[in-house]
Design a binder for this molecule. Structure first.
Ligand code: NAD
Length: 467
């Protein structure tokens, strides 16, 4: 689901990128619109910085801990800017800044394990871990800071340097984060570049990188994999999702409705592992639709800077058009809106929180990733039918099962074809767990020690056993 990109600042001579506040639809600031030619010099500096950064693991730990402190100290400025350009409620921006610092701390203390293998021969092999070199990171606009941290914290902890490109819709908080981190890290260990395409394409194809790590949509992920094939750099792809929530027949709707609603609508539905489809036993369907619709109709929608707002705007105009288009298509296909179903009047990119019922399973709002505040609720008659439908798309990021009998729920969760399955909640991740999608949802593993090893290569020394 790649989106067309923002404009140059009107009337501006130098290359600048216009940044829009999605709550007003107005340009409020600008960022450098760097060109692909700028990348060579940045990569050169990242290479030079790598030699010092890789040499001293203890100094890295200290620097990354100091970086986490610096992020926490700057949380007011970071959170406000994040809300301004991304749209999410301020409390969620503070939480995102806190998660950014937490990830730095987690990886600062993580070291790879050297292993010695003896297999009866008069030699032993020692397996050590070496950094890869400069890493290119490309991230989307839904969680600019925490997704960037998911890239730079393990990569830098492993001894690599990084060039990081945020989405052109959300360049500002990441640029500020780069300046904050620069107070704790040596020069050129982490460089933030901003601009429109083909800047990302140039990063993906540049021969100076040994790892290209990308988070975004499936089509762009494919383009990144193709571009990086030229240099045979390692590729990590964290791509889109179309997560299903399967409710079982013993579920207590009142107890789970709030959690289910927020698992779908947090960050205005712009979460890779949001609940994007709900499968409900036919007997409970009307009750679940009613519980979700009641919440959708009453949730406080508005600017993320207003204290009472729980749901902000969609981040950008092309994404708003996409959400509107899949919703209109569903309604044309015979769906009914139990809540919402339309854009909200007035300025800004607001879409009414929408609950869809009577949706044909072939409608794009079910088969594709809507990535917005729209949720189809589909009835099922047999559990096998529900599991087949949950597994029946090209995506495989996450999934969840909601029930009172946890053992039965776990048995159903075990049948979901995805990287993470939750029971009675959806979307929470531990820093220490692996995070990986299957099918079109990703290549490679992030998170926990797996994320660290994803930024390292094994180096093996064979030597004779002591006489
Ligand atoms: P996108 O694919 O349009 O853009 C992602 C990034 O790639 C942006 O920085 C963009 O500027 C850049 N880009 C665009 N064209 C490029 C090219 N040819 N080569 C290199 N880079 C290029 O995605 P988006 O609309 O910004 O983000 C939403 C998508 O991200 C959704 O599909 C969502 O599910 C996915 N996502 C996945 C995860 C995950 O962890 N699996 C997390 C968050 C978001």
């Amino acid at each position: 689901m790649p989106t067309s990109e923002p404009d140059r600042v009107p009337g501006h001579q130098a290359a600048r990128l216009a940044v829009v506040d999605p709550a007003t639809g107005e340009i409020f600031d600008e960022a450098p619109d760097q060109r692909p030619d700028d990348v060579d010099a940045v990569v050169d500096r990242a290479h030079r910085a790598w030699h010092g950064w890789r040499a001293d693991p203890a100094a890295r730990t200290t620097a990354l801990q100091a970086a986490a402190d610096a992020v926490e100290a700057a949380d007011d400025d970071l959170a406000r800017l994040l809300t301004r350009e991304q749209g999410k409620p301020l409390a969620e921006s503070y939480a995102e800044v806190a998660r950014t610092a937490a990830r730095l701390r987690y990886f600062a203390d993580l070291t790879p394990r050297t292993r010695r293998i003896t297999d009866g021969r008069p030699v032993h092999s020692e397996i050590r871990w070496r950094p890869l070199g400069p890493v290119a990171a490309i991230v989307p606009w839904n969680f600019p800071l925490q997704l960037a941290a998911a890239k730079f914290a393990p990569a830098l902890a492993a001894g690599n340097t990084m060039v990081l490109k945020p989405s052109p819709f959300t360049p500002l908080a990441t640029r500020l984060l780069g300046s904050v981190l620069a107070t704790a890290l040596p020069d050129d260990v982490l460089t933030v570049v901003t601009g429109r395409e083909p800047l990302g394409a140039r990063l993906a194809s540049h021969p100076g990188f040994r790892h290209v790590t990308f988070t975004g949509s499936v089509p762009t992920g494919r383009a990144v994999a193709e571009a990086s094939a030229a240099s045979l750099a390692r590729v990590t792809l964290e791509l889109g999702g179309n997560d299903a929530a399967v409710l079982l027949d013993d579920v207590e709707v009142d107890r789970i409705a709030d959690r289910l609603f927020w698992a779908a609508f947090r960050n205005c539905g712009q979460v890779c592992m949001a609940v994007k489809r709900v499968y409900v036993p036919a007997r409970l369907h009307a009750e679940v639709v009613e519980a979700l619709a009641q919440r959708a109709k009453t949730v406080a929608v508005g600017s993320g800077l207003d204290a009472e707002t729980r749901l902000g705007p969609v981040n950008n105009a092309p994404q708003l058009a996409r959400v509107e288009q899949v919703t209109k298509q569903a309604l044309a296909d015979g769906a009914r809106a139990a809540a919402g179903g339309h854009r909200l009047d007035g300025p800004g990119y607001f879409f009414a929180p929408t609950i869809l019922t009577s949706v044909p399973p072939s409608s794009p709002v079910v088969t594709e990733e809507q990535f917005g505040p729209v949720l189809p609720v589909l009835p099922y008659r047999s559990l096998d039918e529900a599991v087949d439908a949950a597994n029946g798309t090209g995506f495989g990021l996450g999934g969840s099962v909601w029930a009172t009998d946890l053992d039965r729920a776990e048995a159903v969760a075990d049948r979901l074809e995805c990287g993470t399955a939750w029971i009675n909640h959806h979307g929470e991740l531990s820093l220490a767990q692996p995070f990986a999608g299957v099918k079109n949802s990703g290549v490679g593993v992030a998170g926990g020690p797996w994320g660290l090893y994803g930024n390292l290569r094994p180096f093996v020394v064979h030597r004779p056993q002591e006489a």
